[in-house]
Design a protein around this ligand. Structure first.
Ligand SMILES: [Zn+2]
Length: 92
């Protein structure tokens, strides 16, 4: 694994840990850092990272706390507290 991908992985862990501690601003900070690393290195963010971050406000999403998850037909719809929806195919 190259250094940038490794760094993104670590930032993802940090964001998740901060979010679990209820520290949303700190989680957001790590999310943005990871996005910047990905951009600078022309990497695609890991799928799990994209699933659990809000496209609009960069929050690290925790279903049941700052996000709601609904199943709709064959899609999973995640709604962030900021009101943004993200929709993913169920099996993907
Ligand atoms: Zn949001």
């Amino acid at each position: 694994m190259d250094v940038a991908a490794d760094r993104i992985e670590r930032l993802h862990d940090l964001a998740r840990a901060a979010a679990t501690d209820g520290n949303e601003d700190r989680a957001r900070y790590y999310v943005r850092l990871a996005q910047r690393v990905a951009e600078r290195n022309r990497l695609t963010l890991p799928r799990m990272f994209r699933r659990f971050t809000c496209d609009r406000c960069d929050a690290y999403l925790r279903p049941g706390t700052n996000a709601r998850v609904r199943l709709q037909d064959d899609h999973v719809v995640i709604t962030c507290n900021c009101g943004a929806h993200a929709r993913y195919p169920y099996e993907d």
